[in-house]
Design a binder for this molecule. Sequence first.
Ligand SMILES: Nc1ncnc2c1ncn2[C@@H]1O[C@H](COP(=O)(O)OS(=O)(=O)O)[C@@H](OP(=O)(O)O)[C@H]1O
Length: 562
Amino acid sequence: MGWGGGCHSALLDIQKQLRAQISNFTFNLGFSGKFYHTGTVEEDEGDDLLLKYVDEFWWFPHMWSHMQPHLFHNESSLLEQMVLNKEFALDHNIPVDMGYAVAPHHSGVYPVHLQLYEAWRRVWNIRVTSTEEYPHLKPARYRKGFVHNSIMVLPRQTCGLFTHTIYYKEYPGGPKELDKSIHGGELFLTLLLNPISIFMTHLSNYGNDRLGLYTFVHLASFLRSWTNLKLHTLPPLQLAHKYFQLFPEQRNPLWQNPCDDKRHKDIWSKEKTCDRLPKFMVIGPQKTGTTALYLFLLMHPSISSNFPSPKTYEEVQFFNTNNYHKGIDWYMEFFPVPSNVSTDFLFEKSANYFPSEESPRRGAALLPKAKIITLLINPADRAYSWYQHQRAHEDHAALRFTFYDVISARPGAPAELRSLQSRCLIPGLYSTHLDRWLTHYPANQVMIIDGHQLRTDPAAVMDEVQKFLGVTPHFNYSQALTFDPQKGFWCQLLEGGKTKCLGKSKGRKYPPMDPEARAFLSRYYREHNVELSKLLHRLGQPLPSWLREELQKITFASMSRG
Ligand SMILES: Nc1ncnc2c1ncn2[C@@H]1O[C@H](COP(=O)(O)OS(=O)(=O)O)[C@@H](OP(=O)(O)O)[C@H]1O
């Protein structure tokens, strides 16, 4: 509140005038109740006149005192401030049910401040907001929307009027610049190229030279003269539904690192830090030795991982599941604040990242500099180990069907069997999954480890890993690991000669795979193994022995056919 006297009638007049060119055009006015009646006499009269015509406009809550929500770490203080603004609205008959709000300076909307979304929902039942910051302010044509915590965030456009651009003659670069933008320039193109445009200008643009009104009236008439666009205004909630009908693929957000954009960093809580993000990730796939690698890494004095999750234990499973929608604050809570950012290495291991469609893109958006470690064993052995794992966890289908039944199930087979089959086989399509990771990460950030070598010669592998990560000091794994004949695997050597091995669930005892299943899987993975060998050649990496063996089988098969 705090409008120059006479503005109300200018606003109403222009609203009427604009309705002739934009059906249903209605100004959506934001209010911060704390400033009601705190201006000059004239401004205070303006406040009262606006309230007199309260039903002519739409209204949305700004913040009570125009403060930036990201400065409030505590949700309850945000709630208190919102409640004050709501009480103000109720006292002055301002409608409170539009479901739309805007945060000052985009603060808290993107990068997401969970507390703001929560408080908005609780006090105002907000379901729509808008920002210019997602994914970044510039380039403006890449702005998008997303949905978070059931609040639809719409992209907002820039109209070229800011708090200080209030006089026509003093428009930056001269008034011609504003007119150019309207008459075929940037502002005109913005409207032309976006099926839905949202603009917001400031109080100061409605008073003074009324540049806000000037701009939109001229824009609308220029559009009417030179295009056959039909302009229409929708209330925020309907507009948001329309937007996501047009762009359903935008519903899912893609979180970026707030510290990679200065504007984002400025509207991000000072209590948050980008240092609580991993420098590298072990992405799986499952059953290739990821837990052994995880534990060996933790033995290194400079390497640490996330706190455990009550649901998924040592794995966070952020990028591949709905946890992603909980936002990066949720993710970062899993990591300690490193005591020395340059020498400490945080990492996480989630073995289901490897085959996940979404993980590479999401990973690269948030952690573009992260290093990626994957382990590969013969996909046939991986499938068999996974099947044994499911049996040990008493998966109904795995107990009911033999391994051969699972891998050879046909399209008409029972749904539970088909589902088990795809979960068993798909992660082994290594080249497909690796290609996806390499689309999003440069090859020199990706390390492919032979999981069989990790099993037989872990110290050599860990030396390579240390080199790849650039972690110091060098840790001597030949001294720290020892082969435990009873376990049949390499384990951590403790003081006094005792060993600490992985639990019962790693290195299980089960009968060897029957030859029929192995032959089936060699055929099943043949093409993919060939593709993997090409990919490794391209990357200049040696082929693991199991892959060479599989390739030889193909050669023998074709020789015996020939
Ligand atoms: N040092 C050491 N100790 C124990 N186990 C080891 C080790 N090195 C590699 N392996 C192999 O790791 C297999 C389990 O892989 P994962 O840890 O990736 O499995 S899981 O996805 O986390 O369930 C596990 O598979 P199974 O043999 O089928 O149990 C092991 O073969």
